[in-house]
Write a protein that binds this ligand. Structure first.
Ligand code: HEC
Length: 133
């Protein structure tokens, strides 16, 4: 048996343990990483979480078939610009945001099914966290 053969037989168990160790730590590390990633992607975003709600409940009257009160709810820019009463949301200030107030007071939508509590909470958190795009 040559030297290499001797070495590998001798250290085989050791190498195995080392390898298991490396694989194990990288797995644990990866899991940790994907967990933190999940946390950061939980940030509420307009494009992912809010736009679909407004498209379902609002844009028929605010953008597509008309723009009631001059309010177009089809883009984040037009939401921030607002309508006759001014900006419809104020970043970080849900309680000063007309859009949320109208929904919470069940003024909007004026007909059809109201938004669910989950939707409303999502919109509130979105505004509170800075209304990211
Ligand atoms: C069926 C039509 C219709 C739908 C659907 C609708 N709205 Fe409206 N919206 C109106 C009308 C009409 C007004 C004007 C009301 C008034 O002047 O009294 C208005 C006014 C508003 C205003 C006040 C704008 C301003 O600047 O004065 C906000 C905010 C608003 N709507 C938000 C929403 C939101 C958010 C949704 C979806 C959850 C929604 N609306 C769905 C018809 C609609």
């Amino acid at each position: 048996m040559n030297l290499w053969g001797k070495l590998t037989t001798r250290f085989d168990p050791l190498i195995l343990i080392l390898l298991i160790g490396i694989v194990h730590t990288s797995c644990v590390h990866n899991e940790y990483h994907s967990k933190t990633q999940l946390k950061t992607t939980k940030t509420i975003k307009y494009s992912i979480h809010i736009k679909p709600i407004l498209q379902k409940y609002c844009i028929e009257c605010h953008g597509v078939e008309g723009t009631e009160s001059e309010l177009d709810l089809r883009t984040l820019e037009s939401i921030l610009k607002g309508g006759e009463s001014g900006p419809s949301i104020i970043k970080n200030k849900p309680n000063e945001s007309l859009l949320l107030k109208q929904i919470e007071d069940q003024i909007m939508p004026p007909e059809g099914a109201p938004l669910t509590k989950k939707h409303i909470k999502k919109i509130r958190l979105w505004i509170l966290s800075g209304a990211s795009s």
